[in-house]
Design a protein around this ligand. Structure first.
Ligand code: AMP
Length: 592
């Protein structure tokens, strides 16, 4: 098999400065995504561009990398680059990306400005000086009108998710902002769809723009059964993978992730759980990669965790499952991935993990593969336990065929010396063999007592849910409730909790469920199956000088405080709903 060839695109060949190449390497990106490959060179050359791409294609790096390369750093920071986004959440995400990609660029200052955040802190940052401003049109316009955001020095503008801005009624604001900016500037417009109004903006405000739309091939994937699982957040993905690997009748499994680092981390995690797994990525020497593939063929390894590049051309008949742990950047990659199973006339299973936000990408894949993708359910605890019991019995049957004469003698002796039944003795031996890991999974906890107390305020990061629950509802499906030993008496606000958890656990705030704040403690709902090491981290995390001491509800029963609080209006809930302006998913678009 060949892993890469001369046509493999690379970041190195694009002319990006070393500081950015280093950041790309830090992020573990192996090769540019198709939109990056096509967009970065013209943007580096200062051209205007129109990119038909949406979230999940790597579009943020497609504009952030070349525009960061074109910044002049060093003097007093003046705004040079403005990015307009439809929502504050996207503004924050884009700002995070700019900060991450620009981490080796000395003197870089990035600021996100959006409605709902107080002006004072935005003003202070603007006065201190920033080169990159990312904001929602309304707030950007306010700052421009007040003269607090100077535009004379802005030489680059990005309209991100232009069609979403249009849908949200920002067309006039965007046009107004475009009119105020210096004429000599570079403009990049990104949109998932290209309705006439977006084309009109492009033809009015962009000059000789390079247009990038990446078409997708279609193939039929008849020997592959495609399923999809909704998994919100890293913890949910990890737990879904663990459950699938237990419950699905798998032979060889190929798990696709986006970065080299993830291949290693996930493979190590699976090995720690007792799976025969290995990583396959572009940093691993060709000879070692070939050895790993041989081990998969020889059944010494059952699971490979790979990047797209590393799995190129992989042809192993026993791959029964392809798990798209991370959704691919384009339909072509998806087709290549699932083509690694269902080989040599066998049938194969392709399972795709998508977050609620990525759901709209499914239609593109269905079109490209001319096949329906069915929504799958996560295996239940009962199914997994049934399988564990069956495997346990199989192990006994296998052990009975081996030579057990030494143990028979010892067991006989033990039975004569102790008053214990053969059944009890066998059970004790089984427990010894099982070790510390419980044989069976516990059913999820029912609603804990603490959650039935009345909260003083309730918060949900999801606008679709009630934001003023005076009584605490049980966690939504797929969520678990945790207790934090900080309450209103400690001045805790929902936003503090969201911030602490999102930062520490690296989970998107949208996956943090209901928060209820009581006098002396709070509760927060998190996706079911959060890894224990993350929970340990969260236990020790701080808000200011105080420790969260987060733990599962029910585990803290002995420390329960009597309830004293009367319900208050949901002020904290409104404040805390910082992610309320979520993006609407644009339906039925192509993946590219
Ligand atoms: P976006 O479409 O900009 O929302 O990016 C989607 C995800 O892809 C983000 O998590 C990025 O960190 C990741 N990403 C962007 N470019 C690459 C790349 N070349 N290789 C691997 N991951 C990437």
């Amino acid at each position: 098999m060949s892993f890469s060839d001369d046509t493999t695109p690379s970041f190195d060949a694009m002319g990006l400065p070393q500081a950015l190449l280093q950041a790309v390497a830090d992020a573990g990106y192996e090769i540019p995504t198709p939109i990056q490959e096509r967009m970065i060179p013209p943007m580096l050359a200062g051209r205007d561009v129109i990119g038909q791409a949406q979230t999940g294609t790597g579009k943020t790096a497609a504009f952030a990398l070349p525009l960061l390369a074109r910044l002049e750093l060093g003097q007093r920071p003046e705004p040079q680059l403005l990015v307009l986004t439809p929502t504050r959440e996207l503004a924050l995400q884009v700002a995070e990306s700019f900060t991450a990609y620009g981490r080796h660029q000395k003197g870089l200052e990035v600021l996100a400005i959006f409605g709902g955040q107080d002006y004072a802190s935005q003003l202070r940052r603007l006065q201190r000086g920033v080169q990159v401003v990312i904001g929602t049109p309304g707030r950007v316009m306010d700052h421009m009108r007040r003269g607090t955001l100077k535009t004379e020095t802005i030489h680059s503008l990005v309209l991100d998710e232009a069609d979403e801005m249009l849908k949200m009624g920002f067309l006039d604001d965007v046009s107004w902002i475009l009119e105020q900016l210096p004429n000599r500037r570079q403009t990049a417009l990104f949109s998932a769809t290209m309705p006439d109004s977006i084309r009109a903006i492009a033809s009015t405000y962009l000059k000789e723009a390079v247009s990038v739309t990446i078409g997708s091939k279609t193939v039929s994937a008849q020997t592959v059964n495609q399923r999809c699982l909704i998994t919100n957040g890293l913890a949910a993905k990890q737990s879904a993978l663990e459950k699938l690997l237990e419950a699905e009748p798998c032979d060889g499994v190929l798990v696709f992730v986006r970065t080299k680092l993830q291949t290693v981390e996930l493979a190590e995690h699976l090995v720690a759980l007792g799976h025969a797994a290995a990583a396959l990525n572009g940093d691993i020497q060709q000879s070692q990669r070939l050895r790993t593939v041989e081990q998969l063929k020889a059944k010494k390894i059952d699971i490979l965790v790979a990047t797209d590049v590393a799995a190129r051309g992989l042809d192993v008949e026993r791959i029964s499952h392809v798990i798209n742990y991370d959704i691919p950047f384009d339909t072509e990659s998806y087709i290549h991935r699932i083509g690694r199973t269902g080989r040599a006339g066998r049938s194969g299973e392709a399972i795709l993990f998508v977050s609620g936000r990525e759901r709209h990408l499914l239609r593109a894949i269905e079109q490209a593969t001319r096949q329906k993708i069915t929504m799958a359910e996560l295996p239940t605890v009962a199914t997994i336990n049934e399988r564990r019991i069956a495997l346990f019995k199989e192990r006994i049957t296998r052990a009975l065929t081996a030579d057990t004469s030494v143990f028979e003698k010892l067991v006989g002796e033990y039975l004569r010396e102790n008053e214990v039944s053969g059944e009890k003795l066998a059970a004790a031996l089984a427990a010894m063999a099982q070790g510390e890991r419980p044989l069976l999974l516990a059913e999820p906890d029912p609603l804990p007592a603490s959650a039935r107390l009345r909260p003083v305020a309730s918060h949900s990061s999801r606008p679709s849910r009630t934001r003023h629950a005076e009584t605490q509802l049980p966690p939504e499906q797929g969520m678990e409730r945790f207790r934090i030993e900080l309450g209103s008496e400690h001045g805790i606000k929902p936003g503090n909790i969201v911030g602490a958890i999102a930062n520490e656990a690296d989970i998107n705030s949208r996956h943090i469920g209901r928060i209820a704040i009581y006098d002396t403690y709070s509760t927060v709902d998190l996706p079911y199956g959060m890894p224990e090491h993350i929970l340990r981290l969260l236990h020790k995390s701080r808000v200011g000088s105080r420790t969260l001491r987060l733990q599962r509800c029910g585990e803290e029963a002995s420390q329960q405080q009597p309830h004293r609080a009367a319900p208050r209006p949901p002020a904290a809930a409104r404040k805390g709903g910082a992610t309320a302006g979520r993006r609407k998913a644009a339906g039925g678009q192509r993946l590219q």
